[in-house]
Design a protein around this ligand. Structure first.
Ligand SMILES: *Cc1c(COP(=O)(O)O)cnc(C)c1O
Length: 391
């Protein structure tokens, strides 16, 4: 009989979620609007320090709407971090725009400010090649940096470059709710911030997302577009193409309950990371060198997932696959780091600016089980397997 599965990151309910869902049933607010949606948006605004939030059906929808609000059209160039989940980049393709992918830097594993500026200059100077064709000179329409695994990107430098060329920033904080830089929340640096509440994120509504911004007009327009763009008329009248992207009042009830335990969830994820860090320091005494994802000194990470790299040359030939397969045999889920977008078949021959950093991270990197509900017993099972690999 196999041992119970240990997941990479599984939902962790706090207990009050059902109260909000029950309220929605009892008052018959079973719709894509209602008191839970308003309450959840207010919670998000309070927590992030951003004045406006629109609760949506997913983080992907939030990125899509922000591109529409920034008037991204077919043929436009949009700069995006390459080392990320495909959801950061797919909405660029929905708009028929061209993604220009940027490599990571080694200090945070996120968008390299240096490669970002190189790319912007190439776009402006008409030096960007897309699918074998030269793009006409143009200013990119937006920049999408990501805070991977909850570790903040170098936002000060990225915002400075974005400001220099006057390009709006869509900050993908899907993995970084509660992370901050110098006390300022991730998601609050860009023109738009996007959040995700998918099943594996630090808090979840089963599926959902949010668009946050201090621009009240933009958020009002996002809500309008997300509910099929209905003009103000007694009949159904439309002068814009609309979307069905709003969060339901049932789902938002889960979100309100989850917001009550967010601080606990962050503390638990950070405790996981600290535990792995201590454990790999012990492994290092046996002559191995496993590295954990670094974080800048002025930044605070929610440590959504603990991510490590294993360079076989420093680890007696052990690779991340050796470890992943050993864990899998024992019914423990771990996962390679994101495969960079510029290496994905869907984005073949699209522009990329980089120096090999994200490719190396992908080859050597692994995410370890990081749920906020990981027990001492689970942790012992995990480290016993790692011990058997790093003998
Ligand atoms: C999860 C995630 C998204 C998308 O969120 P969904 O709610 O799943 O659509 C976007 N970007 C990153 C980096 C993510 O991890």
């Amino acid at each position: 009989m196999s041992k119970p599965k240990i997941w990479l990151s599984s939902p962790h309910m706090g207990g009050t979620e059902q109260k909000y869902v029950t309220e929605a049933f009892e008052t018959n607010w079973v719709a894509p609007l209602g008191p839970n949606v308003n309450g959840f948006e207010a919670d998000l605004q309070r927590y992030t320090g951003i004045s406006h939030a629109a609760a949506l059906s997913s983080g992907t929808a939030a990125i899509h709407l922000s591109l529409i609000l920034l008037d991204v059209k077919p043929g436009d160039m949009v700069i995006c971090q390459s080392f990320t989940f495909s959801a950061s980049a797919n909405p660029i393709a929905y708009q028929g725009a061209i993604p220009v992918f940027i490599d990571s830097e080694p200090d945070t594993w996120n968008m390299s400010p240096e490669q970002l500026e190189r790319a912007i200059l190439a776009c402006i100077n008409g030096e960007v090649m897309n699918k074998g064709m030269k793009m006409p000179p143009a200013l990119p329409k937006a920049i999408i940096p990501v805070h991977l695994y909850g570790v903040p990107a170098k936002m000060d430098e990225i915002m400075q470059i974005a400001g220099k060329y006057n390009i709006p920033v869509i900050e993908d904080a899907a993995e970084a709710l509660g992370s901050s830089i110098g006390g300022r929340m991730c998601g609050s640096f860009g023109t738009f911030g996007i959040l995700s509440f998918n099943g594996n994120k630090i808090i979840t509504t089963s599926g959902g997302g949010a668009l946050i911004s201090n621009n009240s007009e933009a958020i009002a327009k996002a809500r309008f577009l997300a509910t099929q763009a209905r003009d103000n008329a007694p009949h159904y009248q439309h002068s814009h193409i609309g979307y069905n992207y709003r969060m339901s009042n049932i789902v938002a009830g889960i979100g309100r309950g989850q917001m009550e335990v967010l601080e606990d969830r962050i503390a638990a994820r950070r405790a996981n990371f600290a535990r792995y860090e201590k454990y790999f320091a012990e492994v290092a005494e046996r002559g191995y060198r496993v590295k954990l994802q670094p974080c800048q000194a002025d930044a605070f990470s929610n440590r959504w997932l603990t991510a490590i790299t294993i360079n076989p040359a420093e680890n007696k030939g052990i690779t991340r696959e050796t470890l992943r397969l050993a864990l899998e045999t024992e019914n423990i889920e771990s996962r390679p780091l994101w495969k960079p977008m510029h290496l994905q078949p869907i984005f073949e021959d699209t522009p990329f600016f980089g120096d090999g950093t994200s490719e190396k991270l992908f080859e050597e990197g692994l995410c370890l089980p990081s749920g906020s509900n990981l027990s001492n017993e689970d942790f012992k099972r995990i480290t016993d397997i790692i011990d058997s690999v790093f003998k």
